[in-house]
Design a binder for this molecule. Structure first.
Ligand SMILES: CC(C)(COP(=O)(O)OP(=O)(O)OC[C@H]1O[C@@H](n2cnc3c(N)ncnc32)[C@H](O)[C@@H]1OP(=O)(O)O)[C@@H](O)C(=O)NCCC(=O)NCCS
Length: 167
């Protein structure tokens, strides 16, 4: 991280933050994936993946770390990381409110996600069309290890890229 980046404290998401987290995920998904997925698929996937019940259950799972960055009490970024024994830390979500991107929030969350568990390897997946995220991960030392046609590649062609980094 360069010296001019702001410092953002990363904390664990608590149960009282879950409905705000659901809203953040919907907003960032909509703005990030509208071209790739379209409105109805975004609605379907977010309503399946980001239920209050699932987001709450993550907080009580010792193999998962649900992390957030807050500014003046507002949730502006989130990461979820999952410990996959024996040695992998799978970063399943990393989302920053578009109004707060490019000021170091994503970097703070990625650093915290990578160190949430004592693992040797971090892995993640990203859509090939998410150019900013792909560049961000490459700059952070992630190397592409796979490329698969996404299950959601309808009607637009879409690939999931798998990235890995030795910690
Ligand atoms: C990818 C994502 C998480 C990055 O979060 P972010 O908060 O914008 O990340 P940062 O601000 O730490 O860094 C982003 C870029 O801004 C630059 N930057 C950070 N602070 C800066 C500052 N003060 N001045 C100028 N540039 C800055 C970083 O160098 C970085 O550049 P790079 O992408 O070329 O490496 C965010 O863009 C996002 O949520 N995207 C949409 C959803 C998505 O695709 N998520 C990934 C799903 S797997």
């Amino acid at each position: 991280m360069s010296a001019d980046h702001q410092h953002f404290a990363v904390t664990k998401i608590r149960p009282e933050h879950v409905s705000e987290l659901k809203g953040l995920l919907y907003r960032v998904w909509y703005l990030s994936y509208i071209t790739a997925l379209g409105q109805s698929l975004i609605d379907q996937l977010t309503s399946e993946l980001h239920t209050i019940e699932k987001l709450t259950a993550e907080l009580h799972n010792t193999q998962k770390a649900s992390l957030g960055v807050f500014q003046t009490g507002k949730l502006i970024g989130h990461a979820l990381t999952v410990r996959q024994p024996p040695e992998t830390n799978y970063i399943g979500r990393l989302y920053v409110d578009p109004s707060y991107q490019r000021i170091g929030v994503g970097q703070a969350l990625l650093n915290a996600a990578e160190t949430a568990f004592d693992c040797r390897v971090a892995t993640l997946e990203v859509f090939h069309s998410s150019n900013n995220a792909v560049r961000f991960y490459r700059r952070n030392g992630y190397v592409q290890i796979g490329r698969h046609r996404s299950a959601h590649a309808v009607p637009t062609e879409l690939f999931d890229l798998q990235f890995s980094k030795t910690l």
